[in-house]
Design a protein around this ligand. Structure first.
Ligand code: NDP
Length: 288
């Protein structure tokens, strides 16, 4: 983390980066660099491609006095949790670290996906708290979503996954979060959808046209007034179908920007320029 009163410009720029494999398509540099520049923070945000087996050395390199920290993406969020010195309670519970902050050589790991998700939902739902939410998927992103829903006060969380055993593991790991689990093909999912006010796609389906995590007929079971969120940051077929039904659609770009904004605040100790980050993310998405 940087101390704004003691910025040492003579020593060259501070460094930040995103750690992942691959990282070529990460939007993080596009999000963070304009925000650093706007605030006059002398720092460069880089892509740090890190292969399996290289994580320990990469994380150790973050202790350098000129490094402010790093964002961590697929597939390293779990290993990052084991390699940092201190971990926030949220990251420990999620079992994943997506943000590492260098605090004078002590590495602090946090998980900003959780607050990023809740901020993206609150931007659309306002003070409305869904009574029941259905989450599709049971991977790392679904864990952050479930913890976010729990923090929002959602009292019934249904997690449906292709592999129902993985959903059960998620529920056990996140207890006492109020989670009920099932397979994505189960008849019980149809009943769960009839009473849900929020549906979240946290599977990896949606990046390509034609990919749907759920049958369109099942989507039709959601009550009028429900909202549909997709962690994929494009107009997925799911979101398009939700829009056609008149449901509120929330795409994953807002979660991406909000998790980045929270990471930025941890790195710099300064409020993130949210609008600049949104604009940069939209531009990078359109260009990519
Ligand atoms: P994981 O690999 O941990 O989990 C993938 C999930 O998708 C599992 O539940 C898996 O089911 C399911 N899945 C994969 N293929 C299929 C399929 N063909 N049919 C049905 N289900 C399938 O990934 P993450 O949880 O890390 O990421 C999930 C998505 O969320 C990605 O698209 C990622 O880009 C996005 N994401 C977006 C963020 C944002 O800020 N907007 C932040 C983090 C993630 P199973 O267990 O049965 O294999």
């Amino acid at each position: 983390m940087i101390d704004a009163r003691q910025v040492d410009r003579a020593a060259g720029p501070y460094r930040l980066g995103v750690i992942g494999d691959p990282v070529a398509h990460s939007l993080s540099p596009a999000l963070h660099q304009p925000a650093l520049d706007l605030l006059g923070i002398p720092a460069v945000y880089e892509r740090w491609h890190t292969r399996p087996g290289e994580m320990a050395a990469r994380v150790a390199s973050l202790r350098d006095a000129r490094v402010l920290g790093a964002n961590v993406t697929v597939p390293h969020k779990l290993e990052a949790l084991r390699l940092v010195d201190e971990v926030s309670p949220a990251a420990r519970r999620a079992g994943a670290v997506n943000t590492i902050v260098n605090r004078d050589g002590v590495l602090f790991g946090d998980n900003t996906d959780i607050a990023g998700f809740t901020a993206s939902i609150a931007a659309v739902l306002g003070a409305e708290i869904p009574k029941r939410a259905v989450v599709l998927g049971a991977g790392g992103a679904a864990r952050a979503v479930v913890l976010g829903l729990e923090a929002m006060g959602v009292s019934e969380i249904v997690v449906a996954n292709r592999d129902p055993e993985r959903a059960r593991q998620l529920a056990a790991a996140l207890a006492p979060a109020p989670v009920q689990t099932m397979g994505i093909g189960d008849a019980a999912l149809r009943d769960a959808l009839r009473d849900a006010s929020l549906l979240v796609n946290a599977t990896s389906l949606g990046w390509r046209a034609g990919e749907m995590p759920l049958d369109t007929r099942a989507l039709a079971l959601l009550p009028a007034g429900a909202a549909v969120a997709d962690l994929t940051y494009r107009d997925t077929d799911l979101l398009l179908a939700a829009g056609e039904r008149g449901l509120r659609a929330i795409d994953g770009l807002a979660m991406l920007v909000h998790q980045g904004a929270r990471a930025f605040e941890l790195f710099t100790g300064r409020p993130a320029p949210l609008e600049v980050m949104f604009e940069a993310a939209r531009g990078a998405r359109a260009g990519g």
